[in-house]
Design a protein around this ligand. Structure first.
Ligand code: PBG
Length: 333
């Protein structure tokens, strides 16, 4: 089709009013797409602020319920739960303990807010004394011995009532191991949202303060992906789908929009974008200084993830975004 040229074509005709712009908007943000990450730690009435993530706290289970209820009332359908255990060791016992912090919190959330979807992050780093996402021996992060622990963790989350499990460790074969263990334990209907293309990223800095999960030696480059690689990310996603992932994730989001786009186009699977801690911190910091409009930049960033192809948006700004959307604000400035 050949487009008519100017003066027949005047693209500005459709930009004259907010109503017209909304009418022809190709992409929309909706509260139903938002997932709010929350950090659970033992205690009562505990709200410990995370310095590099304004508005985000480590919360005791009772406070998690309050925070989740507030977001859910605004229409946020799901939370993504992380746990900070009292004790760490070399086999991540706290990750799969029957009464671990995540397991307790999931039970409480499902009891108090049955319509809220509870997604659990499945990883070992928060529970390991060395802070790595797998079993360590001789200074190396071992792949296959880690799978058993990850699978056990996922099954234990499902046992506590988690609606979905989300492995974020980046060990090879973890999705298959988790699927098999879930099925063996009767959780054939528990979906897996895999952090399929997860990059070794400086954008996770503030999160490691939040989850107290920074590695004590070395870094995560032997398991998380190299930021230079896009084709490899596609293979990672393909492998996770072959192994049984139901939803695939790209993480971080804003610096990896090309991959969100390629993943959605190539596989057509439900695709999640994780707008990570430093994406949040940068917007918050510049917003607090008055250098940018926090609300407009947040909405525009989330819209960009949708435009790239993301169906699900995991963001620390989920509750704020829900409030903004409810009051009729859109990302159209
Ligand atoms: C755990 C995990 C991390 C994040 C989510 N799950 C940190 C990491 O891999 O070091 C990052 C989330 C964020 O920065 O918001 N493996």
């Amino acid at each position: 089709m050949t487009l008519p040229g100017f003066p027949v074509s005047r693209p500005r005709r459709l930009r004259q009013s907010l109503a017209l712009r909304r009418l022809v908007a190709e992409t929309r943000l909706s509260v139903e797409q938002l997932v709010l990450p929350l950090f659970a730690r033992a205690g009562k009435k505990l709200r410990r602020p995370i310095e590099a993530m304004p508005g985000v706290f480590q919360l005791s289970p009772d406070e998690i319920v309050r925070e989740a209820a507030r977001a859910h009332t605004l229409g946020v359908p799901a939370v993504l739960l992380f746990g900070i255990p009292d004790q760490k060791d070399a086999k991540a016992s706290g990750a799969y303990a029957k009464n671990g912090i995540v397991q307790q919190t999931v039970r409480l959330l499902k009891k108090e807010l049955p319509s809220l979807l509870v997604i659990t992050d499945v990883c070992l780093c928060e529970y390991m004394s060395h802070g790595h996402c797998g079993v360590v021996a001789g200074g190396k992060i071992l792949n296959d011995p880690s799978l058993k622990l990850l699978a056990r963790t996922a099954a234990s989350h499902a046992g506590a009532g988690a609606d979905l499990v989300a492995p974020s460790d980046m060990m090879d074969g973890r999705v298959a191991a988790i699927r098999a263990e879930l099925d063996k334990n009767g959780f054939t209907d528990t979906p897996i949202m895999s952090y399929a293309a997860k990059f070794a990223s400086a954008f996770y800095g503030p999160f490691r303060e939040a989850a107290e999960s920074a590695p004590k030696f070395g870094d995560r480059r032997s398991y998380q992906m190299d930021a230079a690689n896009a084709n490899e990310a596609m293979r990672e996603v393909a492998l996770d789908i072959q192994e049984g992932a139901d939803i695939v994730m790209v993480k971080p989001a804003l610096a990896y929009l090309d991959l969100i786009h390629r993943v959605k186009r190539e596989f057509g699977y439900p695709t999640a974008a994780y707008s990570v801690s430093a994406e949040h911190a940068m917007i918050k910091a510049a917003g607090a200084k008055g250098w940018i409009d926090e609300r407009a930049v947040t909405l525009e960033s989330l819209l960009a993830m949708r435009r790239a192809g993301a169906d699900i948006l995991i963001t620390y700004a989920a509750a704020d975004t829900a409030r903004w959307l409810r009051s009729g604000m859109t990302s159209g400035v």
